[in-house]
Write a new protein. Structure first.
Length: 160
């Protein structure tokens, strides 16, 4: 069964918005989102790596609103983190239908799949005010690959 966002006290910011710089995210945890060619969402845990697509840096306010919307969704499925261990603690978004990728330390732009939803969340299940932002986060890849290499221009390749 698909999960949809229940209206509530979620702040959807008006424009203008605050651009995030690569300097701000270097060396600190920065989580960003992408939308794949199938229209599924993924959360990327950058772990201090500043090699993220420019689209992910375009609005601090929209990024925060997206985090809030996803966090407000009820968990709709059990954790699906095959490696177990620490990955179990990184899978909260997966329980809400979002793929979760974690940075591979020492390999800029490289991410490994932590958790995959059985019923992926789509942008259409989130507030209309977020749709233009979500459309700008499109990555030309299908989520579910074990590893991804993401570049600042948004180019993505799968790696083995």
């Amino acid at each position: 069964m698909a999960t949809s966002f229940a209206p509530g006290p979620v702040f959807i910011p008006p424009l203008p918005h605050t651009v995030i710089t690569r300097e701000e995210i270097t060396g600190v945890e920065f989580d960003w989102f992408g939308v794949d060619v199938a229209g599924h969402l993924a959360q990327f845990l950058a772990a201090g790596d500043n090699v993220v697509p420019a689209g992910a840096l375009q609005s601090e306010e929209y990024l925060e609103a997206l985090h809030v919307c996803i966090d407000a969704l009820p968990a709709s499925e059990p954790v699906n983190a095959p490696a177990g261990g620490l990955d179990l603690h990184l899978a909260r978004a997966q329980q809400r239908g979002v793929f979760v990728y974690d940075a591979l330390l020492g390999q800029p732009g490289h991410y490994r799949l932590v958790a995959a939803p059985v019923q992926p969340l789509t942008p259409q299940q989130l507030p209309a005010e977020l749709q233009p932002y979500l459309a700008s986060l499109r990555l030309e890849v299908k989520f579910g690959a074990q590893t991804l290499n993401v570049q600042p221009d948004g180019a993505v390749s799968t790696t083995r």
